[in-house]
Design a protein around this ligand. Structure first.
Ligand SMILES: Cc1cc2nc3c(=O)[nH]c(=O)nc-3n(C[C@H](O)[C@H](O)[C@H](O)COP(=O)(O)O)c2cc1C
Length: 211
């Protein structure tokens, strides 16, 4: 489905995490459009403290790829203690997801653009400060993912590279008043777009009261 045919609902229902991406460059105008779409999202009191860094530089991408590798290895390591499947996700699907997480880890430095969604807190970020702000950034991240889908670009929200904010700040030359909340690799998809698999709405919704 191309950009001009895709309705908002088509984008919402077909916005899979697309991890396997081509090395082909994404035009700068398209990258700007993604950030512009993200920037239309609401924020608490319309503070608009989201900040977006689009990393294309090879050396900076390599630093982020290294941080992601550390995060992925720590995450994958204890997989033996995690369920091989979940009630709503078969073992085969879970394996496929882990394989694509590993593919992304191996290729992150080659992906054309790594978009970092950040917050400017206006004060030094410590553990307490870092607890807030996400609610004002994630609507923009979802806008960006939907815009990417509508433009035929692959993208996925990731956080495993961002465990050590001091190292992320150093890699991105950010002040200590900023924190990075999400890293979104963006490029042309190698895999196929398709529908997301989610629990049925009956399982997760009630009218009026829960029980
Ligand atoms: C808060 C958050 C953090 C995530 N972190 C990662 C991550 O570090 N690495 C990764 O590959 N995917 C990450 N994901 C993507 C999820 O794994 C993905 O959205 C989920 O498995 C559903 O996949 P689907 O949309 O393709 O069905 C993250 C998603 C969210 C919302």
């Amino acid at each position: 489905m191309t950009n001009d045919q895709m309705s908002l609902f088509d984008a919402i229902y077909n916005c899979r995490a697309m991890r396997k991406l081509d090395t082909r460059d994404v035009p700068e105008a398209d990258l700007k459009q993604l950030i512009d779409a993200a920037n239309q999202a609401p924020s608490g009191s319309n503070m608009q403290n989201g900040r977006w860094i689009v990393v294309r530089d090879a050396a900076v991408k390599q630093k982020l790829a290294d941080l992601n590798r550390g995060g992925v290895e720590a995450y994958i390591g204890p997989q033996a203690e995690r369920p091989g499947s979940l009630p709503h996700q078969s073992e085969e699907k879970r394996k496929r997801m882990l394989n694509s997480v590993i593919w992304q880890m191996e290729h992150m430095h080659e992906i054309p653009a790594l978009i970092i969604a950040c917050m400017e807190y206006g004060q030094k970020v410590d553990a307490t400060v870092a607890q807030r702000g996400g609610g004002s950034l994630w609507p923009g991240i979802q806008n960006l993912l939907l815009a990417a889908r509508a433009m035929g670009l692959g993208a996925a929200p990731t956080t495993l590279a961002l465990n050590d904010q001091d190292k992320v700040r150093e890699a991105l030359n950010m002040p200590d008043t900023m924190a990075a909340l999400c890293l979104i690799p963006v490029g042309y998809p190698l895999g196929k777009f398709g529908p997301v698999t989610r629990k049925p709405v009956e399982d997760i919704m009630r009218f009026d009261q829960w029980s």
